[in-house]
Design a protein around this ligand. Structure first.
Ligand code: S3P
Length: 169
C-alpha cells in the first residue's frame, strides 16, 4: 500500500464511503473511523440535530476539527462526509496525511441509494436531484484536487468494489 499514513475515502453522499471503508479496513487489518460518527459522538447529537440547532457552519467547524484529529493519527481507514473537501485546511491535510480514494457515483444512482434516507439534512429539500447535481458541480473538482485515485463504483456492490480496490491499493 502507498506509504501515506492513512487511507481516506472521499466522495458524495451515497457513494459507499462508510461500508466500503469498513470492509477495506478489515481486509488490510487496519482500524476504521467514520468522521460523521465521530462528530456525533463528540457532540452527543445526530448530524440532523446539529444542523437544525446550530446550523451548517457549526457542523463544518466540527467536521474540520474531527478530521484534523483523525488525520493526525496513522494506520487508519477514514470515511469522510461528502462535504469534508469544501474546507481548504481539510484538503491540505488530506493530501498530506492520506492516500485518498475518491468514490464516484452518478446522480441517478445516488438518488436510488438515498431514496429512503431521512438522516441527511441537505436532502431534506423536495428537489433532491437538483441538490445533488449542484453539489456535484461544486465538489467534483475538489474531490479531484485531493484524490490519489478515482474509483467509479458504477453498478458494483460493496463487496466487488472492495475486491477491486484491494488489488489497486
Ligand atoms: C454531507 C454529507 C453527509 C454528512 C452531512 C453533510 C454533505 O455525509 O456529513 O449530512 O455535505 O455532503 P455522507 O457523505 O456520509 O452522507
Amino acid at each position: 500500500m502507498n506509504p501515506a499514513p492513512n487511507l481516506v475515502l472521499v466522495g458524495p453522499m451515497g457513494s459507499g464511503k462508510s461500508s466500503i471503508g469498513r470492509r477495506l479496513a478489515e481486509r488490510f487489518g487496519l482500524a476504521f473511523l467514520d468522521a460523521d460518527r465521530e462528530i456525533e459522538a463528540q457532540a452527543g447529537a445526530s448530524i440532523a440535530t446539529i444542523f437544525e440547532c446550530a446550523g451548517e457552519a457549526d457542523f463544518r467547524a466540527r467536521e474540520q476539527a474531527v478530521l484534523a484529529t483523525l488525520l493526525a493519527g496513522e494506520g487508519t481507514v477514514i470515511a469522510t462526509g461528502g462535504g469534508a473537501v469544501v474546507d481548504p485546511r481539510t484538503r491540505r491535510l488530506l493530501r498530506e496525511r492520506g492516500f485518498v480514494v475518491h468514490l464516484h457515483i452518478d446522480v441517478p444512482r445516488q438518488l436510488q441509494r438515498l431514496a429512503r434516507d431521512r438522516t441527511r439534512p441537505l436532502l431534506a429539500a423536495d428537489d433532491r436531484e437538483q441538490v445533488l447535481r449542484r453539489l456535484a458541480e461544486t465538489r467534483d473538482p475538489l474531490y479531484a484536487e485531493v484524490a490519489d485515485l478515482r474509483f467509479d463504483t458504477a453498478s458494483m456492490n460493496a463487496n466487488d468494489t472492495v475486491a477491486r480496490l484491494g488489488h489497486l491499493l
